[in-house]
Write a protein that binds this ligand. Structure first.
Ligand SMILES: [Fe+2]
Ligand SMILES: [Fe+2]
Ligand SMILES: [Fe+2]
Ligand SMILES: [Fe+2]
Length: 400
């Protein structure tokens, strides 16, 4: 049981880290909102502090398909005119609801852009018709945006800025709650300091009462599939890519004589192999023409980010190098590490074929779509250079 709840919290943390990777840096939006919201909830919603923490981590997950990270959209007027922004609270809630133990968190998330005076979205709720968890998330979200103002605000400056929105964006009570919390000890400086966020985050994870997983239908597999859908939602061309790569990898593994259990592990790696793509700007992922050197350099980082994300989950440690190796080439000319031949983990060699096969047979902005027979020809032609020849030989027989 303890293992299960640890797995659960690590997986959700990894998912939220993935969303907050923005090119070369971490934005910590989700983590900061979660830390703050949990701290506020201790005073008025103590029995729901774990739920609100997860709600903070995942509140903006529905905004994943925006061209830029959601924190770059600070003009509230734009939220009413941009359909992705306007629908993201509902979309986030919908995604989170698929993870069974998080249904309460999903309700909080749904209301995180509602405002006390009724001027929020998507439903224009007012006063205490707004979910209390949602009200807490609202002020924490605003805090994080204000925390990004340069030069950084002092505690007094922060209080003034927050005060200007009380009675409209959030209630007097929620405002008071935030101020008292910020004034506790050195908390304001700690939460402002990005370098201290990871540490605070880990401390909370350790101390939080575990979420009740006894009624949880969601096994690891299910949460990971939600993960995969979020990854694929990042850009317009990849619907279903992660899932298909997982399927193809599994098929190859079985055909190469792997045991069922091992093949299932590789399937999980398949679901997650492109997690790091979330950190690559959409303008690069969806670019129809050739990438510039700099763009390609950024693109080539995605397996490294994938490894960083998977490393957060102890139960997935064995999959880090496999998922991260899907762009290595048999002849050593791949990335990120330029490994060659048997030095590339076997699972990664399978996945390289699965990934390339799906990329070739799907519609992509930078290449013509091939049919299955044509894609198999390419695999055969590149056996020994791009692909492990033994895997390529089996792939042309067993892939659809
Ligand atoms: Fe939001
Ligand atoms: Fe947010
Ligand atoms: Fe990839
Ligand atoms: Fe891929």
């Amino acid at each position: 049981m303890e293992d299960r709840s640890r797995f659960f919290s690590e997986l959700i943390s990894a998912l939220s880290l993935m969303m907050d990777l923005d090119e070369n840096r971490k934005l910590y939006h989700a983590w900061r909102v979660a830390i703050l919201a949990e701290k506020l909830a201790r005073k008025i919603l103590p029995e729901y502090r774990t739920h609100i923490f997860y709600a903070g981590l995942l509140h903006d997950i529905g905004a994943i398909s925006l061209p830029e990270h959601v924190v770059h959209y600070t003009d509230i007027k734009e939220h009413f005119t941009n359909p992705i922004l306007f629908s993201h609270p509902e979309k986030s809630a919908q995604i989170v609801r698929q993870i069974n133990p998080l249904v309460i968190a999903a309700d909080m998330i749904k209301d995180h852009h509602e405002q006390w005076d009724g001027s929020g979205y998507p439903r224009g709720l007012s006063g205490n018709n707004i979910n209390l968890g949602g009200q807490i998330l609202r002020i924490c979200d605003t805090f994080d945006i204000l925390a990004r103002v340069k030069p950084p605000l002092s505690l007094e400056g922060m209080k003034t800025s927050l005060s200007a929105r009380r009675g409209t964006e959030y209630s007097e009570l929620i405002y008071e709650l935030m101020v008292t919390t910020l004034e506790e000890g050195d908390f304001f400086n700690e939460i402002m300091d990005e370098k201290k966020i990871s540490e605070q985050f880990m401390n909370i994870i350790k101390a939080l009462p575990p979420i009740d997983l006894s009624y949880c239908r969601s096994e690891a597999d299910e949460i990971i599939r939600v993960f995969a859908k979020v990854i694929d939602a990042k850009h317009s061309y990849t619907a279903g890519h992660s899932e298909r790569v997982a399927e193809y990898t599994y098929k190859l593994a079985k055909a190469m004589g792997m045991k069922e259990e091992e093949a299932q592990r590789l399937k999980l790696a398949g679901y997650l192999h492109d997690a790091g793509k979330v950190a690559v700007p959409r303008s690069i992922l969806d670019k129809p023409g050739r990438l510039t050197m700099d763009e390609f350099k950024l693109m080539k980082r995605h397996p490294v980010y994938t490894m960083e994300i998977l490393s957060m989950v102890s139960f997935l440690k064995d999959l880090v190098v496999i998922a991260g190796g899907h762009h290595e080439r048999y002849d050593g000319s791949g990335y990120p590490d330029g490994l060659a031949g048997e030095a590339i983990p076997f699972g990664a060699r399978l996945m390289a074929v699965a990934d390339a096969y799906d990329a070739m047979t799907s519609l992509r902005p930078y290449q013509p779509q091939r049919n299955f027979a044509e894609a198999k020809e390419v695999i055969e032609k590149n056996a020994g250079s791009q692909f492990d020849p033994k895997v390529a030989k089996v792939a042309v027989k067993v892939l659809p």
